[in-house]
Design a protein around this ligand. Sequence first.
Ligand code: NAD
Length: 358
Amino acid sequence: MEYSIALLKGDGIGVEIVDSAVEVLTRVGEIYGHIFNFTPYLIGGTAIDETGEPLPKETVDGCLASDSVLLGAVGGPRWDDMPGDKRPEKALLGIRYALGLYTNLRPAKLFPALKGASPLREDIVGAGFDIMIVRELTGGIYFGDRGYREGKFGREAFDTEAYSITEIERIGKAAFDIARKRSKRVTSIDKANVLETSRLWRRTMHALAERYPDVEYRDMLVDNAAMQLVRDPEQFDVIVTSNMFGDILSDEASQITGSIGMLASASLGDTTRGMYEPIHGSAPDIAGQDKANPIATILSAAMMLRYSFGLSAEADSIEAAVDNVLNSGARTADILGTCDGVPIGCRAMTEKVVAALE
Ligand code: NAD
């Protein structure tokens, strides 16, 4: 088969890590007989420098015309003083919106070889954990009405959380469908003891759960969930939650895996076109020094094969190659943890993963 992939390398280490994923995909294509056609488009700070816009129209059109999108990262100190709507990060909300991507999948998996890199005690980590966080991506407080007004104590700012039954249902359905392909457990996280949107969220999820009798369902309040993630992460399979709670909990979940450089993500909508990206940022402190860990982006490419192209065997082969390389003891600096030894760079790690695909 032939697939077109839009590459949004972005800023900082974005360039290095997307190049790594392209090498891995190209090799997978050779092995399995697929052709991946890559077309780069500008996004973020580099797009601002070249066009004055963080998300040029040509980029949006290019992504819409592609089968899927691979993103590196955007942002950096160079653009930090730009006004809000001209900042590189603004492009992320824009491209998700333009592509209609309302489901964000963030796996938080602790690879057994990296147990030592987790900040959690060994008895808590147990046999490792494999959590899939399903975060609503285009609604809630990040997109609600906002502004300034005169309040009880003078001038105040406000943001508004709003969710419709339709938005809750479609993200809930995505979570239940994914749970069916895993160990069939869904935890829905809300703040139903305080927020009206959470009460609607909970009622809608309960109605949906009745349509998935084979999936074990439970509710959990977000404050409890924040504690349970560090107390007993193994209890979770699929977590489904709102935009803001998902933003915070997925960062917490990423921390307990040991390295931000290992975590992939997928953003999906109603079509098979998705956007795949590592969860980390552009890491300006190590950009251009061959120190970035490319694994999060390589695993994002594996998610693309699985969720957009339905190429499960090919996705499995990338994940197995990463597992083998980690088991062989190879580490970039961010995942050195308690391992003795010399860290390798982005290039060397990429070569090892490509070689392990054989
Ligand atoms: P960051 O994720 O870029 O970096 C945090 C720390 O983790 C740094 O020490 C960095 O060196 C390290 N790190 C991150 N990815 C790594 C990798 N693959 N390998 C090894 N080490 C890695 O977060 P930050 O420093 O808060 O943000 C830097 C810039 O990135 C900011 O402009 C921010 O707005 C932007 N950002 C972009 C995205 C995105 O594009 N999706 C996400 C988060 C932050």
